[in-house]
Design a protein around this ligand. Sequence first.
Ligand code: SF4
Length: 227
Amino acid sequence: MRSSKSELLKVYEALLESYGKQNWWPVDEEYHRKAGSDPREEIVIGAILTQNTSWKNVEKALENLKRENLLSFEGVLKTPLEKLQELVRPSGYYRQKARRLKEVAKALSPIDKVRTIPREELLKVKGIGKETADAVLLYAGNRLFFVIDAYTKRIVSRVWGMEGSYEELRKWFEANLPKDLEVYKEFHALLDEHAKRFCKKTPVCEGCPVRNICIFAQKIKYNYQGI
Ligand code: SF4
């Protein structure tokens, strides 16, 4: 495996320099100030709604919940299932997601539990897979779990020529990154941004900010300039 701590950080720094801070996870602080709710609950709700859909669709569902003043665990728990399904419909799989929202709101109430709940316990909640669990623990719980998604897998496979299971890749990032919450949060967001801008299904290697580190790019013999 061709990788090292410094190389991983080099990629992080190059992406940060190119795209700037992503400030994930996006939450509507003003809404929560007015409603007296906890923004961490929006992160958890968003993490469920974003399963198998784009963020644009999630935003529509979040707007529906906000309009009804229901963007909180309390709101999710007190809303009849059928109404909740209608409100989250724009995010797709709405029947399943409405049920999952109720499960997770129950499991993580009060929200401070997100700071202490063992990962294994969170994974037992229906509808919470590894990616959702780690997003919740990192962004809502401020805990050092690196989130792996399909974009991350694609980039790791191209840049380092490395394939692995979810757990193998998570542990690899965690072993090679500084124990710094901001780096964890930003890096995951930057990798997603990178997958959308350059490292698409069909990669656009020309102009890519990490092309001189990338094994895939070296294979296709681009003319690089250093980063
Ligand atoms: S050089 Fe190409 S394959 Fe490598 S990270 Fe950039 S876009 Fe992806």
